[in-house]
Each structure stands twice: as C-alpha cells, then as structure tokens.
Design a protein around this ligand. Structure first.
Ligand code: PEP
Length: 252
C-alpha cells in the first residue's frame, strides 16, 4: 500500500496563488510510490485543475462537502459538483470545522456517505482535544468518532475511505504527537473498523497522522507500523517543502 500524503491548505490560496502552487509543485521531483493529493478551497478547485493540465499528480482534494445532491442549501457544494472537477478525495470532519461550525458526528457521517456514493474518497478526520488528552479520554473519543463516521458507509462499496488521526493539540502547534502514541490511536481506529465492518476493510483502510508534520519528523511517522501517511497543514503551504515531504515519505 503506497503511503498517502495530503496537503491541506485550509483557508489559504485563492485561485491565483493556487495555480502558482500547483505549477511549482509539478516542478518538484515527485516519487511514484507515494500517493499525493492537495486539498484546496472550493473557489480554487478550477484554477488548481487548470494548472494540473493532463497531469494526475497531485490528485485534487476538497476540504468539505454537503451531503445533499442539490436543492435549497445556499452556499453549499455537493459531492457531484466536486466530482465534475475531478476531485478524488475530500476531507470531512476536520477539527476546525467541528470546532468553529459545530459539525457533529452525524453530519460527518452523512458527508462521508455522500462522497462514497459519488465515487470520491472521504478522508475522515478524528482526534481529541488537549483537555480530553489530559483526562486520558483519547481512546473513548476516537471510538465514538470512528463508530459514528462509518455508520452510514456502504461496506460493499469499491470506494475506500481514509481516516486522519489529528490530535487537536498537535495541529498547528509545533507539538507533534509522539509516533508511538499516534500508533496506539491508529490501532484504536482500526479496531473499530474491524468490529463494525471487517478485518479486510480495516486492513485496506489508510489511516494518516496529522498534526505539525514537517520534514524533520515525517520519516518517524511513515516508518511507524499502522501509520499509512500524513495530512499536512502548515508545512504544505510551500510547494518545495511539501515536495520534500513527499520524497521523504518513499517507503524503504
Ligand atoms: C491540519 O490542519 O490538518 C494539520 C495537520 O495542520 P498542521 O500540519 O499545520 O498541524
């Protein structure tokens, strides 16, 4: 299974800068045995797509979706609209959305299911707050979030799903989660998938680590059992740094 690295620009780079990032990233030496995607704001999808031209690397990812197909949902974007842009992955349940927009586990589950139906791989973000971490509630939170997120997914679907374990205290803080702690968290997430779906699906599901990943610590995560790649925020804003991360993630 190739490692998967996803750049998450968050609310950075409108269409003009997005095109420049994609062109600069395309000039990087990119490994073949690492799957690479870039999650861009909705308004920058067209520019990113145009700058990609016929190239298929990086894959295009979105940062959010609404669960209905179409209708009176002002401001929202559906999975079929994302599919028209050739979007292959879409984040759901990022902690910044759970926090600032009160996204619930149920909303996350509906979004993930809508994406899967449309043939787009949902990248489901889960993770505990600093307070939950201190109270040793991480595993409980992960079990709840994972159980809820997969509840509406179709076990028989050919479209895989991805999880990203992102301890909230590690996001953008420069305090990355120790790889062995992340490994335990990934085991909890995979354990829920085994229980609620089956062993094969769990074994084929990529679980990424996210939270202050940078060129100095990426190898540590990539070489840890059960960590199948990374979701990268801050360090992905510079296309050369993200290129370096991708090269460093090549399996040995
Ligand atoms: C993220 O927001 O998904 C993330 C991992 O951010 P950062 O790499 O900046 O911690």
């Amino acid at each position: 299974m190739n490692p998967l690295l996803i750049a998450n620009w968050k609310m950075h780079y409108g269409p003009i800068k997005a095109g420049g990032w994609v062109r600069a990233f395309r000039r990087e030496r990119l490994p073949k045995d690492v799957d690479i995607a870039v999650a861009v704001p909705h308004v920058s999808l067209a520019a990113a797509r145009a700058s990609l031209g016929r190239a298929s690397i990086p894959s295009l990812a979105a940062q959010d979706v609404f669960w209905e197909q179409d209708g009176p949902y002002t401001g929202e974007v559906s999975a079929s609209m994302l599919e028209e842009f050739g979007v292959q992955y879409c984040l759901v349940g990022h902690s910044e959305r759970r926090n600032h927009l009160d996204e619930s586990n149920d909303m996350v589950a509906k979004k993930a299911a809508a994406l899967q139906k449309q043939g787009i791989v949902p990248v489901i973000c889960v993770g505990e707050t600093a307070a939950q971490f201190k109270k040793k509630e991480t595993n409980k939170v992960l079990r709840q979030q994972t159980t809820a997120a997969i509840a509406k997914l179709d076990k028989e679907s050919k479209i895989p799903f991805v999880f990203a374990y992102e301890p909230i205290w590690a996001i953008g803080s420069g305090k990355a989660c120790p790889s062995q702690r992340a490994r335990e968290a990934h085991e909890v997430i995979r354990g829920v998938i085994v229980k609620k779906m089956d062993k094969t699906i769990a074994g084929n599901t990529k679980i990424l680590y996210g939270g202050s990943v940078d060129p100095n610590n990426i190898s540590e995560y990539i070489t840890t059992t059960g960590i199948d790649g990374a979701l990268v925020g801050g360090a992905s804003l510079d296309p050369r740094v993200f290129g370096l991360l991708c090269r460093t993630a090549v399996p040995s």
